[in-house]
Design a protein around this ligand. Structure first.
Ligand code: URA
Length: 214
């Protein structure tokens, strides 16, 4: 785990994750490889973000003996993808959480104000009873993630975790100020935002690189 000033942030310094992330940062990595890395890192981050899920002992009979063994207990999960880049992480995360329901929130950044504008919102009707994992690859200003989590809380959700590939300190700070109850799990904490709201050094526009629209 990396040392930093944010009590709400977990940076996962795993060699497999860092190795893939470095290749994602490389501007010569093509769409096919980039998409595969997003899925794979998404899967590994899902493993980390579910580390503290509660378990309960259930009775299981092995071919040798009967004993009590742990199974996941408590709230069921819902993944919420912030469109469109969040969808790149979804497949990998669903491989580890195949029973999770999935919501989508469509937000785009107004290029002049960098403020989020919502164009789509569809979540499961029982979302308030679920533990929600929000996927947003790039936590830049934090405006989109804050807006998405505002909407989820309006729907009665009380248990939320945010998973990102990269974060800028500005975004983590915005989350801490507006949603201090939400833990942010990331593969790296980068240096800063540039004047256009891009993470530096970052990896560019995650949506464009996943979908080849650059
Ligand atoms: N969104 C991106 O896709 N990349 C950034 O660097 C910032 C926001």
């Amino acid at each position: 785990m990396m040392k930093h000033e944010f009590p709400n942030l977990r940076v996962i310094l795993h060699p497999l994750i860092q190795h893939k992330l470095t290749q994602m940062r490389d501007e010569t990595t093509n769409t096919e490889r980039f998409r595969r890395f997003v899925r794979e890192v998404g899967q590994m981050l899902a493993y980390e973000v579910t580390r503290d899920l509660p378990t309960e002992l259930v009775e299981v009979r092995t071919p040798i003996a009967t004993f009590r063994s742990p199974m996941i207990a408590g709230k069921q999960q819902c993944l919420v993808s912030i469109l469109r880049a969040g969808n790149g992480m979804l497949d990998g995360m669903l491989e580890l959480l195949p029973a999770a329901k999935v919501g989508h929130i469509g937000l785009y950044r107004d290029p002049s104000t960098l403020e989020p504008v919502e164009y789509y919102f569809k979540v499961p009707s029982d979302i308030a009873e679920r533990m929600v994992i929000v996927c947003d690859p790039m936590l830049a200003t934090g405006n989109s993630a804050v807006a998405a989590i505002n909407r989820l809380k309006d729907h009665g959700v009380t248990s939320i975790k945010l998973v990102c590939l990269l974060a800028a300190p500005e975004g983590v700070r915005a989350m801490l100020e507006r949603h201090p109850d939400v833990t942010v799990t990331v593969a790296a904490l980068d240096e800063k935002l540039n004047d256009h709201g891009y993470i530096v050094p970052g990896l560019g526009d995650a949506g464009d690189r996943i979908f080849g629209t650059r």
